[in-house]
Design a protein around this ligand. Structure first.
Ligand SMILES: [Zn+2]
Ligand SMILES: [Zn+2]
Length: 261
């Protein structure tokens, strides 16, 4: 299968933390107490800018602050990986884009995730819509490729313990979060990506997330030019220390990291 070529791809890491973020409320471990800004991790999401379009993958509880921090002035679509709250809780805050840009926001997710969003935000979908509710155009997705404003997304179906989660390949870039298993057939879709983002929770094994070593082992087989680990917990260790021990082409992501390729 031919993959799309894009003229410009810019990725901004909006958040690189696990579901409770780093620092963790009440925790006084060295990572949570670190003054290195790279040890401060909001909930996982990326801003993706391709050939003049602006997308976010996931829209968690820190979405509003992330939009303000990166001074994001436009949003064309939100693409969801799965329905856990750390990935959907910020959806109400797309209202600012509705008001200012005077347009609906396109939302792409599987039927299963859309159902969870309807339960989580009933007022968005109710018959007697509250006039201030977010204005969305819903697009169900499956395993087939889909195109948003000329940018092609290839869904990569991964497993988060027993829950299916969608990763996405966009031209040379693949973003995968909240995985604990990836079938060989899905790995084949990722293969050839120049830049891969993959989740790693901590050093020890976990039922629903890859460990750092498991993520490194997969990335070593996929051989991207550069890879970044995301959805990190405070158990991973200090950014500075961990990065030194990782292979040359695999680094921890951090909030605010920008990639241009
Ligand atoms: Zn998550
Ligand atoms: Zn999750």
């Amino acid at each position: 299968m031919e993959n799309q070529k894009l003229n410009t791809t810019k990725v901004t890491f909006l958040g690189t933390g696990t579901s409770i973020g780093v620092p963790v409320i009440t925790c006084d471990c060295p990572v949570c107490m670190s003054e290195d800004p790279r040890d401060k991790r909001m909930r996982a999401s990326v801003l993706l800018e391709t050939d003049g379009n602006t997308f976010v993958i996931d829209c968690g509880p820190d979405f509003r602050i992330q939009m303000l921090r990166e001074r994001v002035m436009n949003l064309d679509a939100v693409i969801f990986t799965h329905e856990h709250r750390d990935h959907i809780a910020g959806l109400d805050d797309v209202r600012a884009f509705n008001y200012v840009l005077n347009k609906k926001i396109d939302v792409y997710a599987t039927a299963h995730v859309l159902e969870a969003i309807r339960v989580e935000f009933p007022y968005i979908f109710s018959e007697s819509r509250y006039f201030g509710a977010p204005q969305l155009t819903i697009h169900p997705i499956g395993d087939e490729r889909f195109t948003i404003r000329g940018t092609e997304f290839i869904p990569i179906r991964v497993m988060h313990d027993k829950l299916p989660v969608m990763g996405f390949r966009i031209a040379d870039f693949t973003y995968i979060t909240d995985a604990s298993h990836i079938d060989d057939s899905e790995l084949a879709k990722i293969k050839g990506s120049r830049v891969i983002v993959l989740n790693a929770l901590r050093n020890s094994k976990h039922v629903s997330h890859f460990s750092v070593q498991e993520a490194v082992d997969i990335l070593t087989k996929l051989e991207p030019e550069q890879a970044y680990l995301t959805h990190l917990s405070h158990f991973v260790g200090l950014h500075e220390d961990v990065n030194k021990k990782l292979p040359e082409n695999i680094k921890l992501a951090y909030d605010g990291l920008i990639l241009n390729f």
